[in-house]
Design a binder for this molecule. Structure first.
Ligand code: XMP
Length: 514
């Protein structure tokens, strides 16, 4: 980050590795405050650029007594900032300030009663008797000097401690999870006592980001590989607001898109977002490269490489560009891990750029979660049809055509897939589904149609519910709908004589078949 003038003050969340870290950052944003998740070893100079007005120490799997346990940076206690330690973060704070931490007689996991003893500013709005979500082995057995016990949980464990004067607090439980009914209120109290003004909104974000993009790209050309998906479209729309004509977007038609997708996406983008989009017809090139390839990973590699070459050629033809827009989101940033080299989302837009094509990255969404991206998109006028569409994998239909990808197989799957989508959308059974599509299997089965023997291919219907794509369940689609899909595919798609419904959840299955 180069500018410290334009950005909002933030809560800095130090990441000690808890599974709930992303939730902390997200809850803070929900409350209208900017949050940044940083590794604890981040030097103060870098932290200061985020304009911290409060610090949250996250939970984590370590024990403060473990050799090599992640430490509390000195600046946390030296900079006179309000601090909220959560679980491991509280134990770290207690230990550092001279309190005592010990292994609990028993691990506390799950919902536990919470009794407020001394509300203070942190718990002032919390009923004296409520519940909280615990997940810990160690506990604070003696609070540091200057601190008071604010609340206890079952077995008399110190559940909350605080030094209201220095605005340093600790919670043994997790306020960020829904199972702590007063959790959001407690976080709000902390933000309140830290002096935040709760005005971080999508439009603030847009204004600040536009400023930053202008500063970063000053006068240079910017390119973007636009897929028509949520992330790349919102990222491009934002950059377009910032740099106008200096942005050029490319939509690559790989021949692996869904029926009608190229025209739909290009039309919709041109009409409603006014993005400068050039469509590159690379169908022949992709299909040539995929001829004879059946191994799933090899397919993905070929597609990734071809994509890069096509994109590269387009960029070179148009003259040099210095910046590349990426629709990287916050969870991708976290996944690439602290201290690790910048990882370009390998399978999303551009899969690992070659050395000789060195763009600087513009990643305007890297602080956001998916639902925030949708809100920003709506504010920018990106149509709901783009913002609420089902995810579609980068390698497209190639990972849904098992075995070799041929023009005939693509055409066949496009027809079957269009029917699955059409029927589910007509009946409204697509509501609440994460994805729904067709898969073409590399086997043939015997059937009988109009007294004639058939020997033709099999299509699987795949439909899943999911909140993030990491796990997935299979919905109970009605028999009538499944039967309609099956009949229509067999009657309308020449070359298919059998349709099956995939009942596999994730895990153990994955959502895509390859
Ligand atoms: P799996 O099949 O791993 O998919 O359960 C989880 C989610 O990710 C999508 N997916 C991809 N998205 N490029 C993408 O942009 C890919 O290569 C890719 N592979 C899977 C999948 O559609 C599902 O939503």
């Amino acid at each position: 980050m180069t500018s410290t003038q334009v950005i909002h003050e933030a809560v800095v969340v130090l990441d000690y590795g808890s599974q709930y870290n992303l939730l902390i950052a997200r809850r803070v944003r929900e409350l209208g405050v900017r949050s940044v998740l940083l590794p604890p070893e981040t030097p103060w100079e870098e932290v200061a650029q985020e304009r911290p007005r409060g610090v949250i120490l996250s939970g984590g799997p370590a024990s403060v007594y473990d050799a090599g346990a992640p430490a509390l940076p000195d600046w946390v206690v030296e900079k006179n900032l309000p601090v909220l330690g959560i679980c491991y973060g509280m134990q770290l704070l207690a230990q550092r300030l001279g309190g005592k931490v010990a292994p609990g007689a028993r691990r506390e996991y799950g919902q536990s009663p919470l009794t407020v003893q001394q509300a203070g500013p942190l718990l002032s709005t919390v009923p004296s008797s409520t519940h909280c979500w615990m997940s810990h082995g160690d506990q604070v057995t003696q609070v540091p000097q200057g601190f008071e016990v604010l609340a206890r949980s079952s077995h008399d464990v110190v559940a909350a401690m605080g030094d209201a004067g220095r605005r340093w607090f600790g919670l043994q439980f997790h306020p960020e999870v829904e199972h702590t009914p007063q959790g959001l209120q407690i976080l709000k109290n902390f933000l309140d006592l830290s002096g935040f003004s709760f005005d971080w909104t999508p439009s603030n974000f847009i204004e600040e980001t536009i400023e930053r993009i202008r500063e970063q790209t000053a006068g240079h050309r910017v390119v973007c590989a636009l897929s028509g998906g949520v992330d790349s479209t919102v990222a491009a729309a934002l950059v377009h607001r910032a740099v106008g004509d200096r942005l050029q977007c490319y939509f690559v038609d790989s021949g692996l898109l869904r029926a009608g997708e190229r025209d739909q996406v290009a039309g919709m983008l041109a009409e409603s977002t006014h993005l400068p989009v050039r469509v590159i017809d690379a169908r022949a090139r992709f299909l040539e490269r995929l001829a004879g390839v059946t191994e799933p990973e090899k397919k993905r590699r070929m597609i990734g490489e071809t994509f890069i070459r096509v994109f590269e050629q387009a960029c070179i033809e148009e003259g040099a560009a210095d910046f590349l827009v990426q629709g990287t989101l916050y969870p991708d940033v976290i996944e690439s891990g602290p201290g690790k080299a910048e990882v370009i989302k390998s399978h999303h837009n551009v899969g690992g750029l070659p050395e000789d094509l060195r763009f600087k990255l513009v990643e305007p969404l890297r602080e956001l979660f998916k639902d925030e991206v949708r809100r920003v998109g709506a504010e920018l006028g990106v149509p709901g049809r783009i913002l609420h569409q089902q995810p579609f994998p980068g390698p497209g239909l190639a990972v849904r055509i098992l075995g070799e990808v041929t023009p005939d197989n693509v055409a066949l799957l496009q027809k079957a897939d269009a029917i699955v989508r059409e029927v589910l959308e007509e009946t409204g059974e697509n509501r609440g589904l994460w994805q729904y599509f067709a898969v073409l299997l590399p086997v043939r089965t015997v059937g009988v149609m109009g007294d004639k023997r058939t020997y033709a291919q099999v299509v699987a219907i795949r439909a899943v519910t999911s909140s993030d794509g990491m796990t997935a369940a299979v919905p109970e689609l009605s028999w009538k709908t499944l039967a309609t899909i099956s009949n229509r595919i067999i009657n309308e798609v020449h070359g298919v004589n059998r349709v099956v419904y995939d009942l596999t959840t994730k895990p153990p299955g994955t959502i895509e078949w390859e």
